[in-house]
Write a protein of this length. Structure first.
Length: 482
C-alpha cells in the first residue's frame, strides 16, 4: 500500500509539471533532442566542416524521383498518450528553386517555407494556436554547408554574413514553427529553411520529407511528414555555354553585350539587385519574371524536344515538378499558366496574377479560393487552409510522387484530398460536408482557436488528484484499508 501511495504521489507531481508546461509554454520540458527555437541563430556546431568555394562530395542524380518515407533516427520519441490532435503539413509553393553554384550568379538562395495546421479533434474541432510546441526536422538531412557554396558567397551577395547552415530568415534545418495567429492566420510556419536537394548520403532527392511534431508539455500529441520540395535544376546549359566558357559566364557576357553592363567583372551577381523579385522582396524594372520569359519566348527552339518547354529553366528534366492531379488528367504547365509570352507580359504581376481553381472548376454549393486570395493562402471548410486538405500548389494530391501522398495515406488510409470526416471530427457530422469558408459561406466558424482542451489530460489530472486525496485519508487507489 505504501508503494502504491508513493507511486500515485510521484505521478501527481509529474502530471502537475506537464499541465504547467503544456498550458503556459514557459516551463515546458522537452527531451534533449528537441530542436532549438527557430527565432534563434545558432553558431556552427562543433566539428562541422567550414564552407568551401565549391560544394564538396559527389552526388547521384535521381533520374525519376520516387521518394519514400524516410524513417526518423535518434532517441526514442516521447510517449504518445492520445490521438486527440491531428496535424497537417504543407509547403507554400509545391516546389522551391535554388542555384547549385553561387560563385557567379544568384537567381534564388536556399529558402524553403513550410506550414502546419494543428486541429484539436472533437465533435466541434478547433484550431490549436497556443499551448503547444510545433517542431520540424528533415530526417537524413542535417546540414547543407557541405552541399552548396552558398555561405561562401553570401556576404558578397547580400552585404552581410549569414551563419553557416542557417537560412536568410534565421532558421535552420531543425527548429520550431511559429504561430501565425497574430497575423490573422490559423496555422504555423517556418520560413527560409536552407535545405538543398542532397540528403546526407549525397543523393539527390527533390521531394524530401519534413517531419512535423506537435508536443504539449512532455507529451508528443501528433506527428506528420510532408514534402519540403527543392531543386537546383535550372538548366541554363541547354542553351548557354561553349567550349572553355561556362554557362553562367556566357549569360553574364551576353547581358553585358546587349545591355551595356559589366556583370562579368562584378561577380557574384544577384539578379534581384536590378530586377524585381517578389520572393526576395527586391524592386526594379523590368521584373525578373518579365525579363526572363519575354526575352526567351522566341528562343525556345533548342529545347523543343522537352516534355514541356518550361523544364528548360524550371525543374526540370530530372525533377519533373509537374506532377499533381492535373498532370495525371493530361494537363501541363501551359494549360494553367499560358505560354512564355503570356507569362512575360507586362500586364501580368508576377507571383500575383496566377491561375485559380474557380476558373475551371464549378460545383453547386462549392466555394473555391477566397476573392482576391491565391490558393496557397486561401481557406475553406470552416476556415481550414485549402493546402492542408488538398496539398500544396503544383502538388494537389494525389500526385505521381509517392512522398506527396504519404501524409494523406498515413492520416486517412488513402491518397488524395483529406475527405474522411473522422480525421478531425469524433464521429461523422450529421449536417454533411461543406466546401465553403464557413457554414453557409460566411466567415470562419468560431473554432475556439487557442490552447484547446484535452479531455484525456484532464482525466489524468483528476484521477491523480483523487489518488492523492485517498492517500491522505489512508486509502489507496484500488485498495481498501481493512
Amino acid at each position: 500500500m505504501r508503494a502504491i501511495r508513493l507511486t500515485v504521489i510521484g505521478l501527481f507531481v509529474i502530471c502537475i509539471a506537464v499541465a504547467c508546461g503544456g498550458g503556459g509554454g514557459t516551463t515546458t520540458v522537452e527531451p534533449t533532442s528537441t530542436p532549438s527555437s527557430s527565432s534563434s541563430i545558432s553558431p556552427t556546431p562543433s566539428g562541422s566542416v567550414s564552407p568551401t568555394a565549391t560544394p564538396t562530395g559527389s552526388h547521384t542524380p535521381t533520374p525519376t524521383p520516387t521518394p519514400t518515407a524516410t524513417p526518423s533516427t535518434g532517441p526514442t520519441p516521447v510517449p504518445t498518450i492520445t490521438d486527440t490532435i491531428v496535424v497537417f503539413g504543407y509547403n507554400d509553393l509545391g516546389m522551391h528553386c535554388m542555384n547549385e553554384d553561387f560563385s557567379k550568379i544568384m537567381v534564388l538562395p536556399p529558402y524553403n517555407t513550410m506550414h502546419a495546421t494543428v486541429i484539436q479533434r472533437g465533435p466541434e474541432p478547433s484550431f490549436l494556436m497556443s499551448g503547444i510546441t510545433v517542431s520540424y526536422e528533415i530526417p537524413n538531412n542535417t546540414r547543407s554547408d557541405n552541399k552548396t557554396n552558398f555561405w561562401t558567397y553570401a556576404a558578397a551577395i547580400f552585404g552581410h554574413t549569414v551563419p553557416v547552415n542557417i537560412g536568410l530568415a534565421g532558421n535552420g534545418l531543425t527548429g520550431t514553427m511559429t504561430s501565425l495567429a497574430s497575423s490573422g492566420r490559423n496555422d504555423w510556419s517556418v520560413v527560409g529553411v536552407p535545405i538543398t536537394p542532397l540528403d546526407d548520403n549525397m543523393t539527390e532527392n527533390p521531394y524530401q520529407l519534413c517531419k512535423i511534431t506537435v508536443r504539449k508539455g512532455l507529451y508528443e500529441k501528433a506527428e506528420t511528414q510532408a514534402v519540403m520540395p527543392v531543386s537546383w535544376e535550372i538548366s541554363c546549359q541547354l542553351c548557354h555555354g561553349s567550349p572553355g566558357v561556362a554557362p553562367d559566364v556566357d549569360i553574364l557576357r551576353r547581358h553585358d553585350t546587349m545591355h551595356g553592363t559589366t556583370l562579368e567583372n562584378s561577380t557574384p551577381v544577384m539578379c534581384g539587385a536590378c530586377h524585381a523579385q517578389a520572393p526576395l522582396g527586391t524592386t526594379g524594372s523590368p521584373s525578373l519574371s518579365h525579363a526572363m520569359h519575354s526575352a526567351h519566348a522566341s528562343r525556345m527552339a533548342p529545347v523543343s524536344t522537352l516534355e514541356v518547354s518550361c523544364y528548360a529553366c524550371h525543374p526540370g528534366i530530372r525533377t519533373k515538378c509537374m506532377r499533381d492531379v492535373h498532370y495525371s488528367a493530361g494537363k501541363n504547365c501551359l494549360y494553367c499558366h499560358g505560354d512564355m509570352a503570356a507569362v512575360g507580359s507586362t500586364a501580368r504581376s508576377p507571383w500575383v496574377t496566377e491561375p485559380t481553381c474557380g476558373s475551371c472548376h464549378a460545383r453547386a454549393g462549392f466555394e473555391y479560393e477566397q476573392p482576391g486570395v491565391l490558393y496557397r493562402d486561401s481557406k475553406g471548410h470552416n476556415g481550414v487552409h485549402c493546402s492542408a486538405c488538398h496539398g500544396s500548389p503544383h502538388a494537389i494530391t494525389p500526385t505521381v510522387v509517392a512522398a506527396d501522398n504519404l501524409q494523406a495515406i498515413t492520416i486517412q488510409g488513402y491518397s488524395g484530398a483529406i475527405s474522411n470526416c473522422v480525421v478531425c471530427h469524433k464521429g461523422t457530422p450529421g449536417d454533411g460536408f461543406n466546401h465553403t469558408l464557413g457554414e453557409g459561406g460566411g466567415e470562419d466558424k468560431p473554432l475556439n482557436a487557442g490552447a484547446g482542451s484535452d479531455p484525456i489530460d484532464m482525466l489524468v489530472v483528476l484521477l491523480l488528484l483523487a489518488g492523492v486525496a485517498a492517500s491522505a485519508t489512508g486509502m489507496s487507489l484500488g485498495t481498501r484499508r481493512a
